[in-house]
Design a protein. Structure first.
Length: 377
């Protein structure tokens, strides 16, 4: 089952996790999934087995009547997808990440780990991602928040985008990356390449899984260390998941300002806790207070994204690191989305508001050329 070069794909424009509408991703060689991949309103395709296929539309999951003939039919498709990016899936390597030619994210897991048969998850991405203006139009954030975030990136503050699955972290990361000046050298590090920086001087790096003999693995931590030798102006890590957090934080603390990354976490406080855990996973023998001091000096801003109960995506908080008070990290929210409940139709109600706190980095932002009036919210 061969794959042909993909055209643009999309996901439902109901929030920050979407991409711009476009043409179909694949040829009919994608078999039963072809029609789903041609539907511009579908953001996720979730294959739980040959006879159980769900899609996400408009933020809601729904079952389809699409099916494969049997497990082997589904496995043929999975093998074609992963082979196209030089990876494999078999009994000795039963789970794998891959991507479609359009950048859509793919995860596959097969028996013996998947007890009811092969599973395939496709997160849709297009070649023409939504802009920050699009996200404002969707209600994911406000113009004032955009002015602040643009200033933060321009002033080379280090930013972590925090959020759960499907909340739009990658889309927000793409948008913040677009604020980086055109002349800067950007290195991106990902497990499966999804970022789409539009600047001319971009070096994308991708991790590599071990071969059938368990050799040849290149981890995100390996790539972060190597990136430091490549004269980067900015290092963008698609998602921090493990020991690479230590190397990234050390880079942020040693002159590589302006880094941006994402972390899977449910709040700014949870994000810091996750980073603490990842630093300790790197095998360093440091007291917790020292780890927290490293975090507060390296990370300047946390952008907390969320997918709400009605399927919309919003930036719930924009939070600055203040420093340490004893053993505790102090933070302050600059912006927040105040939830006000759900209406009769199930739509989440609320409003964005500023907290009234002046940015801790006001002088640094102004010194970088940001107009003071652009920092009055």
């Amino acid at each position: 089952m061969a794959l042909r070069e993909a055209a643009h794909v999309t996901v439902a424009p109901n929030g920050a996790a979407a991409e711009r509408p476009a043409a179909s991703a694949v040829s009919a060689d994608f078999g039963p999934l072809d029609a789903l991949l041609r539907d511009n309103d579908i953001s996720d395709i979730l294959v739980n087995g040959p006879k159980s296929i769900y899609v996400e539309k408009g933020g809601r999951l729904e079952r389809t009547d699409v099916c494969f003939r049997d497990d082997e039919h589904l496995l043929d498709l999975i093998r074609s997808i992963v082979a196209a990016v030089g990876r494999r899936v078999d009994a000795t390597s039963p789970m794998v990440d891959a991507r479609l030619p359009d950048g859509s994210r793919v995860n596959a897991i097969i028996p013996p780990l998947a007890l009811r048969g092969p599973c395939l998850s496709i997160r849709r991405f297009g070649r023409d991602p939504y802009t920050i203006e699009d996200l404002v139009g969707f209600g994911a954030l406000t113009d004032e928040m955009v002015r602040y975030l643009r200033a933060v990136v321009h002033a080379r503050l280090n930013v972590i985008i925090s959020g759960g699955t499907g909340c739009g972290k990658t889309t927000l990361l793409n948008c913040l990356t677009s604020f980086i000046p055109q002349h800067e050298r950007i290195l991106t590090i990902e497990d499966s390449a999804e970022l789409q920086p539009q600047q001319p001087h971009v070096v994308p790096l991708e991790t590599r899984q071990p071969d059938i003999h368990g050799k040849g693995e290149i981890t995100a931590r390996d790539l972060v260390r190597n990136a430091l030798r490549m004269r980067p102006d900015r290092i963008i890590v698609g998602e921090v998941r493990g020991g690479e957090a230590l190397d990234m934080l050390q880079a942020m603390n040693s002159g590589h300002d302006g880094s941006i990354s994402t972390v899977h976490a449910n709040s700014p406080r949870d994000c810091l806790g996750r980073l603490e855990m990842m630093v300790l996973m790197a095998g360093v023998d440091l007291p917790l207070k020292a780890v927290r001091q490293t975090l507060t000096s390296a990370v300047h801003v946390i952008v907390q994204a969320s997918r709400l109960s009605d399927g919309t995506r919003k930036v719930l908080k924009v939070t600055e690191m203040v420093g340490m008070e004893g053993d505790a990290v102090q933070m302050q929210d600059i912006f927040e989305f105040a939830l006000a409940g759900v209406d009769a139709n199930g739509a989440v109600r609320g409003q964005f508001r500023t907290t009234g706190f002046r940015s801790r980095y006001f002088e640094r932002l102004v010194a970088a050329g940001v107009k003071p009036e652009d920092l009055r919210f």
